[in-house]
Ligand binder design. Structure first.
Ligand code: B16
Ligand code: MG
Length: 213
């Protein structure tokens, strides 16, 4: 394997808990109580598509202007919450895998739906491990479309078949497979059964395993 492509939320850091609080407040404005189960369905889904789903669940009727206002408010709320995020929030084992890749000539890229990807990597002090960052600002089509990972491989100058994707969402595994890449499902959700390999934590990914890829 010559390239590692990392999803962000659920793989490097658990930002889902902050998205949840912010979307819950949006739901309340629409008279709808967003639950943890709803939030699970928003993992890996872009900001715009997440709002569309919440509006549908709420059975609400919003015009384009209202949607825009809710999107801005949601992101401001989310950004306030992650303001004090630091290295303590990096998920266990992530830095070890990044370090191993950097030391062993494996290129590293981010492949995230989040438009806040660059800011979050900076807050976590992880930016220097990445040779390319492809996030929601660089793509026009959401996962399960393979665009984000194909752009990641291209930015690293690699053939997709030489890349492996670390993902926590079923749509992300599908996107990687459509891109012709190997996949590692992270987090232990049964929805990730289609992945080539599954781990509940990055700390279980040993150098010996990486060498078998
Ligand atoms: P933003 P990932 C995704 O991150 C999140 O899982 C999803 O809940 C969020 O709506 C999406 O990013 C967009 O995030 O509002 O920051 O642009 O899993 O693709 O890294
Ligand atoms: Mg994710």
């Amino acid at each position: 394997m010559k390239g590692f492509l990392f999803d962000l939320d659920g793989v490097i850091v658990d930002t889902a808990k902050y998205h949840y609080i912010a979307w819950k407040r949006v739901g309340q404005q629409l008279g709808f109580e967003l639950t943890h189960e709803h939030n699970e369905q928003l993992k890996g889904v872009s900001r715009v598509d997440s709002l569309e789903r919440i509006i549908a669940w709420a059975g609400a009727d919003c015009n384009a202007e209202e949607k825009q206002r809710l999107l801005v408010e949601k992101n401001e709320d989310y950004l306030r919450q992650i303001e004090n995020m630091d290295t303590d929030e990096i998920l266990e084992g992530v830095e070890e895998v990044l370090l191993y890749a950097n030391k062993n000539n494996i290129s590293v890229a981010l492949g995230s739906a989040s438009k806040n990807g660059t800011r979050i990597l900076e807050k976590l002090g992880l930016t220097h491990y990445f040779q390319a960052i492809i996030d929601g600002n660089h793509v026009t089509r959401s996962k399960p479309d393979p665009e984000v990972f194909l752009k990641g491989a291209a930015a690293l100058g690699l053939d997709p078949k030489d890349c492996i994707v670390f993902e926590d969402a079923a749509a992300g595994i599908e996107a990687a497979q459509k891109a012709g890449m190997k996949t590692i499902g992270m987090g232990g959700s049964p929805e990730l059964a289609a992945a080539d390999y599954c781990f509940d934590s990055m700390k279980k990914i040993s150098p010996a395993f990486i060498e078998t890829l």
